[in-house]
Design a binder for this molecule. Structure first.
Ligand code: GLN
Length: 476
C-alpha cells in the first residue's frame, strides 16, 4: 500500500485533463497560476502513461502532477519571479530539482504565483495578480509561496514546489491547511532557483500529507556540485522511516513562542497537539531560545543585504525587460529597474545597499551575522535536551487582502515564528492542527535538528494519522 495520496492508478492524461478543467473553473476566483502549460503538461502525462503501460515506470512519482513556484527554472517554461522585470523571460535550462523530478517521471505543471522575488507574506506584491485563499476568498493564502499553497489546497495540482527564506513555505501552508517542509540548509540544491537571500533560501515540498512531502523531498534531496552550499551526504530513506512504527520523542516548547501575542484559537489548537503527544508517551519540556527577539531585525539586515547583491543582475542589459524610454546606458539601468521592480523589492534593495555600504557594514551586516550565530546556538543548546520543537506556525489567522500591504512592519512580524529556523539553517515543517471558529485552517510548526528530517516527518505523521485535518477541503 502506498503511503502517499498521489493517484497513480488513473491514467496521467485523464488526471491532467481533470486538473486542467478544475483550474479553468476555479482560477478566476483563486488566481494561483501565473502561467499554465496545458499542452506541454498533457504531453508529459502521455509520456508517463506510455512508460507505465510498457512496464517502465520511473518510480512512485511517475505521473504525479507537481505545481512549480515561479522562481524555479524549468527549461522552456516562463520564469518571472512574479516581477515585471522578468515579464518575458523563458528558462533556458532546468533547475536541479526540475531535473530530478523529470527523472522521476513527475509532470511539471504551471507557474505558481508568489510575492515578487519571494519578498512578502501574502502574494500581494506579485506584479501580475493577487492569489485568494481557497478557505476564504477575501483572505490571502500567505506568502511568498501562496500560489503553491492555494493550488494544492484547491486541488489544482497534486503537490507543489515552494521556496522558504524566512517562512515562505510554512506560513502559506499553515494559512491554506496543508503540509509544508523547509529542509535543512544545504539538503536540496538551489541550482536554477532565482536567488533572494542565498544564505537562507531553500526549496521544499508543499503537499496534502506528510508522506506526500516526504516522497517529493526524497526525489529532490542530495548533493549537487552546481550549488556550493549543497551538502555531501547519503540521503536517508524517509519513506521507509515513515512506514516504521512510531517512537515517542522528546518535544521542546520554546517559551518565547508561547506568548500573549498569539491568537487564542491558535494557542488552543497547539496546546491540544501538545496534549496529544503527551498521550502518546512523548516527554514535553519547556525550553528557551533567549535571542528570539532579535530574529526579525537580524533577518531584515541579512536578507535585504543579500537580495541587494543578488538582484543587481537584473539590469536591463541582459535577460530582463529593458525600458523602451532608455536612451543612455545609465537610463537603461535606472529606468529598467525603476519600472521593472515593485515597491517592496525596491525597499529591500535600498535597505540592503544601506546595510552593506562602507562605514555601515560592520555596524549592521557583520553585527547581524554575529547575532545570527547566537540564535543558532540557542537552538543547538535546546536540542541537547529534546528531539523536536513544537510551536505555532503563525501568531494570527490568514489576514484579509489589503489589510497589511501598506504596513510593511506588521507584514514582517507575521514571520516571527518561522524566521529563526532559516537563520539557524534547521528543518521546519508546518502542518494543519485545527480550524478557527470562522473555519480558517490553523498550522503548527515542528522544528528539527540539522538534517533530522526523518524525526520531523515521523513526528508529524503520528499526529496526522490520529486526526482528520488532511481530509478537510475548502468548499469551492
Ligand atoms: N516574508 C518573508 C520576507 O518577506 C520571508 C519570505 C520568504 O521566505 N521568501 O522576506
Amino acid at each position: 500500500m502506498s503511503l502517499t495520496t498521489f493517484d497513480t492508478a488513473t491514467s496521467a492524461v485523464e488526471k491532467m485533463r481533470a486538473i486542467i478543467a478544475r483550474c479553468d473553473e476555479l482560477e478566476p476566483r483563486i488566481g494561483a497560476f501565473i502561467h499554465r502549460n496545458a499542452e506541454d503538461a498533457l504531453a508529459q502525462a502521455a509520456a508517463s502513461d506510455e512508460r507505465r503501460a510498457a512496464g517502465k515506470s520511473l518510480g512512485p512519482l511517475d505521473g504525479v502532477i507537481v505545481g512549480v513556484k515561479d522562481l524555479i527554472s524549468v527549461k522552456g517554461h516562463p520564469l518571472s519571479c512574479a516581477s515585471r522585470i522578468l515579464e518575458n523571460y523563458v528558462s533556458p535550462y532546468d533547475a536541479h530539482v526540475a531535473e530530478k523530478l523529470k527523472a522521476a517521471g513527475a509532470i511539471l505543471w504551471g507557474r505558481l504565483n508568489m510575492d515578487e522575488f519571494a519578498m512578502g507574506s501574502s502574494c500581494e506584491t506579485s506584479y501580475f495578480q493577487k492569489t485568494h485563499n481557497p478557505w476564504d476568498l477575501e483572505r490571502t493564502p500567505g506568502g511568498s509561496s501562496g500560489g503553491s499553497a492555494a493550488a494544492v489546497a484547491a486541488g489544482m495540482c497534486e503537490i507543489a514546489l515552494g521556496s522558504d527564506t524566512g517562512g515562505s513555505i510554512r506560513q502559506p501552508a499553515a494559512y491554506c491547511g496543508i503540509v509544508g517542509l523547509k529542509p535543512t540548509y544545504g539538503l536540496v540544491s538551489r541550482y536554477g532557483l532565482a536567488a533572494f537571500a542565498s544564505s537562507l533560501d531553500q526549496i521544499g515540498p508543499m503537499g496534502r500529507t506528510v508522506a506526500d512531502c516526504a516522497a517529493l523531498l526524497q526525489a529532490m534531496a542530495g548533493h549537487d556540485e552546481r550549488d556550493s552550499t549543497s551538502l555531501k551526504l547519503t540521503v536517508p530513506d524517509y519513506m521507509s522511516a515513515l512506514a516504521e512504527p512510531e517512537k515517542p520523542v522528546r518535544i521542546g516548547l520554546p517559551k518565547e513562542y508561547y506568548t500573549d501575542g498569539v491568537d487564542p484559537e491558535i494557542r488552543a489548537a497547539v496546546d491540544a497537539a501538545v496534549e496529544f503527544y503527551k498521550s502518546r508517551g512523548c516527554e514535553i519540556k519547556e525550553v528557551s531560545l533567549p535571542h528570539t527577539d532579535y530574529a526579525i531585525p537580524v533577518y531584515y539586515i541579512i536578507a535585504p543585504a543579500e537580495a541587494s547583491s543578488n538582484l543587481s543582475r537584473y539590469d536591463g542589459v541582459r535577460y530582463t525587460r529593458r525600458s523602451p524610454d532608455a536612451k543612455t546606458t545609465y537610463e537603461v539601468y535606472c529606468k529598467s529597474r525603476g519600472e521593472g521592480f515593485g515597491s517592496e523589492v525596491k525597499r529591500r534593495i535600498l535597505l540592503g545597499s544601506y546595510a552593506l555600504s562602507s562605514g555601515y557594514y560592520d555596524a549592521y551586516y557583520l553585527r547581524a551575522q554575529k547575532v545570527r550565530t547566537l540564535i543558532r546556538n540557542d537552538f543547538l543548546k535546546a536540542f541537547e535536551d529534546v528531539d523536536v520543537l513544537l510551536t505555532p506556525t503563525t501568531p494570527h489567522h490568514p489576514f484579509r487582502i489589503g489589510e497589511k500591504v501598506d504596513d510593511p512592519l506588521s507584514m514582517y512580524l507575521e514571520d516571527i515564528f518561522t524566521i529563526s529556523v532559516n537563520l539557524a539553517g534547521l528543518p521546519g515543517l508546518s502542518m494543519p492542527c485545527g480550524f478557527s471558529s470562522g473555519g480558517l485552517p490553523i498550522g503548527m510548526q515542528l522544528i528539527g535538528k540539522p538534517l533530522d528530517e526523518t524525526t520531523l516527518l515521523k513526528t508529524a505523521k503520528t499526529f496526522e494519522q490520529a486526526h482528520n485535518f488532511k481530509d478537510a477541503h475548502p468548499s469551492l
